[in-house]
Write a protein that binds this ligand. Structure first.
Ligand code: 13P
Ligand code: SF4
Length: 328
């Protein structure tokens, strides 16, 4: 879908994107897992929560979203008056795929006393079926605000849900989804790598399975991992998340060494997100030129999905009282 129809190279392509961005009054948002050249041309690079807030606060007419589809849909839900373009509409997410709305609806109906706390990595339909959305950087704070007596369904990431359950001592019913990228890290190879770099801490994303997280000195969102890299006392860090984030680390800390945690073959290439990788500079150019492909959401669905996202933004900012929780 949306195959690039341009053959501009290097500097000229970059200049054309910047020219079109100005002409369209557009803002380019990029996630840390995007190719380095897309991160470098973006106005803002961030984690899922930061990107949602930027999309909402921006006064641009167009948001060119270099990330995956659920992120661009979140931007459209929060900023419906803006044109939101995604360089490749096929940029999905294995967590979203693991949670079809009809099955999620049936699961909710089977547990009517539970509220649905749902990771932002899901479809707009699943957001509309949820009570509160969380991101990896806001989940802990939000979960801590939900009364102990309130039963919870957590989906679609069972590893993030399991991590939160263990950390906060909170039982939750977990939807069985996984991120194929974070599942691919190998504990055996990680242990070998740690032995080769004694003293180097490990930073892991909570989408990693428990056998990887258990080796981590720090567990957090992409922004949290980046901040840890800045604050850590040593000069070498093993990074157990999608390796394109290392681009920001090397830019900000050229004197430190960042090593991607290995996959089963000892090579971290299997940890590159295949969905994020669909976006390219050529496709970004085309979508700014044509204002296509656009992210469109039916208005009734958007309004319903916005409720759970608004709740996340309020709870992440700490502006919701406990009595406000539960129910839709
Ligand atoms: P962050 O919110 O930590 O950026 O994570 C998004 C994501 O998709 C990780 O796989
Ligand atoms: Fe989805 Fe995993 Fe890719 Fe993040 S890294 S977008 S969770 S498949």
């Amino acid at each position: 879908m949306n195959a690039p129809v341009v053959n501009l190279s290097g500097l000229y392509l970059r200049e054309e994107i910047l020219r079109l961005k100005k002409a369209r009054n557009a803002i380019i948002l990029a996630h840390y897992y995007q190719r380095p050249e897309l991160q470098d041309i973006a106005d803002f690079v961030g984690d899922s929560l930061e990107l949602s807030k930027k999309a909402q606060a921006s006064d641009a007419d167009v948001i060119a979203f270099c990330g995956v589809r659920f992120m661009a849909e979140t931007a459209k839900i929060l900023a419906p008056e803006k044109i939101v373009v995604l360089p490749d509409l096929d940029a999905g997410c294995s967590l979203e795929d693991s949670c079809p709305p009809d099955k999620f609806k049936a699961f909710r109906e089977a547990h009517p006393d539970h509220i649905a706390l749902t990771y932002i990595n899901c479809s707009t339909e699943v957001k509309a079926l949820s009570d509160i959305i969380v991101t990896s950087s806001s989940a802990e704070k939000i979960l801590a605000q939900i009364p102990e007596s309130q039963p919870i369904i957590f989906g679609p990431d069972r590893h993030l849900g399991g991590y939160l359950s263990r950390k906060l001592g909170r039982e939750m019913l977990l939807w069985p989804g996984v991120c194929i990228v974070h599942e691919a890290f190998s504990e055996t190879e990680l242990v070998k790598l740690k032995a080769q770099h004694p003293g180097a801490p490990v930073a892991a994303h909570p989408e990693c399975p428990a056998h990887i997280v258990d080796h981590a000195d720090y567990v957090g969102s992409t922004s949290g991992i980046l901040q840890y890299a800045k604050d850590m006392p040593g000069d070498t860090l093993i990074v157990a998340t999608e390796p394109h984030i290392i681009h920001q680390m090397e830019k900000a800390m050229p004197d430190k060494t960042f090593i991607g945690a290995p996959g089963a073959d000892g090579n971290c290439n299997c940890n590159i997100c295949p969905y994020m990788a669909l976006n390219t500079m050529e496709k970004l150019y085309v979508c700014l030129r044509d204002l296509e492909p656009r992210v469109e959401i039916e208005e009734g669905l958007r309004v319903q999905a916005k409720k759970s996202l608004d709740r996340m933004l309020e709870m992440a900012a700490g502006t919701v009282g406990q009595g406000d929780l539960g129910g839709r």
